[in-house]
Design a binder for this molecule. Structure first.
Ligand code: ADE
Length: 334
């Protein structure tokens, strides 16, 4: 029989420097929820170095907790997520852990505290900006497929290309693709498999920086170059067929999910294989069928997606290749 989580914390490898005193945390509105529990927005009081007895600065944070504090399995999962995040160094494209409340738990609730990303998750962000999306897709002849060609051809930076009222352009989509590859390249080097890479698990800051989040299914691996276990709920539409079949997760199964995430990005948040019911997906993929080229997607990026979806993991690119492939593509070609 497992001990409740608060009794286990003393012998699990949790670095104490991450511990936050409960009273420094103000917990506010709910900003997300799932099978596991919820994410709330909050404020963390930070000590002022010149005046250490007062907590002056208040940092916006996201606070994750489990639905039922009595559910040992959920608590353990959240605890494992915390341990993984403690081991991951800071990187601009990965959400940063700020700390956790693991002792003196109120109602037994464990809190995982991360930095707050103002624009929420990438999936909802893309969907929200569909109506005002500005297509600056550039074809192979260097022509902008866009009614505002004369404006675009004089500009160089993505932000300056956008007329007032527009937030998002094709160049932003390329930038997201590049940033996520960068974050995943870093995680693969830990080494860590994420196992749940999807637009819903990428957060976006006020200045359009992508941060990979939700390490609920992430695993570190050491001796072997894979992690093998069946996660509780499988995100099958994002998973490589061999992962669905064997529960073996590698960098190359994350690369498949990266391809699906690219599809979500370039469709501005469409559901992958939206015409294919769950029970037909396996046969669909076995027949060599894949998602179609999204309207706002360059041929080169669609080629990358398809490579990520190669049936043989060994033929798929790794994140280093994805990163270098996209490097330089997030600028206008002319
Ligand atoms: N939703 C889930 N986690 C979040 C975070 N860290 N910032 C903003 N929204 C979130």
């Amino acid at each position: 029989k497992q001990l409740p989580i608060e009794e286990r914390t003393d012998y699990l490898p949790y670095p104490r420097k991450f511990e936050i005193a409960r009273e420094k945390l103000e917990i506010n509105e709910k900003i997300g929820s799932g099978n596991f529990g919820s994410v709330k927005k909050g404020l963390l009081s930070m000590a002022d170095p010149k005046n250490p007895t007062e907590h002056r600065r208040r940092l916006p944070v996201a606070i994750k907790s489990t639905k039922h504090s009595s559910d040992v399995e959920l608590q353990t999962m959240l605890y494992e997520e915390l341990i993984i995040m403690c081991a991951i160094e800071k990187h601009p494209n990965v959400i940063a852990l700020i700390g956790a409340v693991t002792t003196n738990l109120r109602k037994g609730e464990l809190y995982l505290v991360t930095e707050y990303a103002d624009n929420g998750d990438l999936l909802n962000y893309l969907r929200k900006h569909r109506e005002t999306f500005h297509n600056t897709l550039i074809d192979r002849k260097g022509q902008v497929i866009n009614e505002n060609y004369s404006i675009l051809s004089q500009q160089t930076e993505s932000t300056r290309l956008l007329p007032p009222g527009y937030t998002l352009s094709t160049l932003d989509l390329l930038s997201f693709a590049f940033q996520i590859a960068n974050g995943m390249l870093f995680l693969a080097g830990v080494p860590c498999v994420h196992r749940d890479l999807a637009a819903r698990n990428v957060l976006i800051t006020s200045n359009k920086i992508c941060r990979i989040a939700d390490f609920g299914l992430a695993k570190r691996y050491t001796d072997k170059n894979y992690y093998r276990a069946k996660p509780a709920a499988l995100p099958v539409r994002w998973m490589a067929p061999e992962a669905v079949e064997t529960y073996k997760f590698t960098e190359k199964t994350d690369v498949w999910s990266y391809g699906i995430t690219l599809y979500e990005i370039f469709t501005l948040g469409c559901r992958p294989y939206s015409q294919v019911p769950d029970e037909e997906l396996e046969a669909f993929l076995k027949n060599g069928k894949r998602n179609e080229q999204p309207k706002y997607c360059h041929d080169e990026v669609y080629a990358l997606m398809n490579n990520c979806w190669h049936k043989s993991p060994g033929v798929r690119p790794d994140f280093n290749t994805c990163f270098h492939y996209l490097k330089g593509k997030n600028k206008p070609v002319h």
